[in-house]
Design a protein around this ligand. Sequence first.
Ligand code: FAD
Length: 448
Amino acid sequence: MEHIVIIGNGISGVTAARHIRKRSNDKITVISAETDYFFSRTALMYVYMGHLKFEHTKPYENWFWKKNRITLKKGYVKKVNPQAKELIFSNDETISYDKLVIATGSKPNKFGWPGQDLKGVMGMYHKQDLDNLELYAPNNNVCKRAVVVGGGLIGIELVEMLRSRDIPVTFLVRENSFWDMILPPSESKIINRHIIEHHIDLRLNSNLKEIVSDENGKVRAIVIAETGEELPCDVVGLTAGVSPNISFLKDSEIELGRGVKVNRYLETNIKDIYAIGDCAEQRENIGQRRTIEAVWYTGRMMGETLAQTLCGNRIAYNPGPWFNSAKFLDIEYQTYGWVWAQPKDNEARFYWEHKDQKKCIHINYNKETHEFLGINTFGIRMRHEFFDVALTKKQSVEFVLENLADANFDPEFYKLHEKEIVSKFNMENNTQIKLKKKKWNRIFKVNI
Ligand SMILES: Cc1cc2nc3c(=O)[nH]c(=O)nc-3n(C[C@H](O)[C@H](O)[C@H](O)COP(=O)(O)OP(=O)(O)OC[C@H]3O[C@@H](n4cnc5c(N)ncnc54)[C@H](O)[C@@H]3O)c2cc1C
């Protein structure tokens, strides 16, 4: 029996542990400095917003771990010693391993801003950030204004959280339109408008220069780099992206880039040491995917894949077509395949926007072959399975449009827009695509 030690009790580490247990009797220890039990990081916002208690974010009951013989250990690993196959904790305790899985996730980026470690300044990643937010922004009497720095997916979540308690928010976004390195201008504009409609003080083209302290070491104001304006505030949220949480591995001989370097088998340069989840960096891109992907489902997939390898069935990590989803305040966003901010030379685009300016779809396809390459949808839910198969089978844009009713996943009685969408495409491209009826058995099987 081997001892498999996993550093990190997030989705990747815990998935690996569960799947190793399904396949073997090895001894498993999962370590975390953050919380006693695994919780859903993606649900943190709903705790502050009062929809859930923190207890509800735990996908497994506390007894689950003992029953499955997974030992949980709370502690911060300060050093890995691969020669001795040993970990050293911050209190100098040690633990030895036969196989080590590094699943230490991300940490919020800080760019050396003056005042970035003041009281009342926080990221939005760890449970401790949530506790800090509760302490410094419990309501709009204690927190008269908050400033959120960084216009990505976590930034807009933090803005929404603060607004749910009626706290005035200034949102500093470095780019000249929200998330415009990822979203095409049409979608980015929808979100700019939507943010302003929510009475959020959106400042585009604005960088943080410094955070100013009061006499007690707590944030009092921020200064905007471009204008020099000093803006009084009680809380600053730093949400300018995340990066792999790997500083404790600096002198460990484990090869590091921005993350822990791994091959397709999630193996590091050192035998018996692996890395998964947000902290892992692929040596080579898989298709057009980034080498580091800080998303929930890829962490889960890596955990499942590695468990097989650790239990004797060595398999490569194969994430399939890219997809992601998020919520920008009231607007749901999904993306399947690739719809870059700007089309590449061989790509053509089709864009439809509803007159309420809150729903849209944006399709990307190959100009010559008409192969469907990707879709963004705002305010319309699509079925993951449909697009996964369409992308894998390299279906055409015409096929996707014909079957748009099957692709739709909006709840019953939602207003549907497929007819309007297809007729706009036909008009612009001089085509005769006919929308097919929804197949009754589409929920059981994807027969495309
Ligand atoms: C607010 C928020 C919302 C998000 N929403 C979405 C979403 O909607 N969809 C989506 O796909 N993704 C979302 N994400 C991203 C997603 O949550 C992460 O990709 C995922 O949780 C990463 O999982 P992981 O297992 O790699 O690491 P983590 O969940 O970060 O877990 C790593 C654990 O290791 C611990 N650790 C680190 N170093 C050490 C050490 N040296 N010693 C001991 N313990 C250590 C950490 O404290 C942490 O508990 C969101 C993230 C945040 C912060």
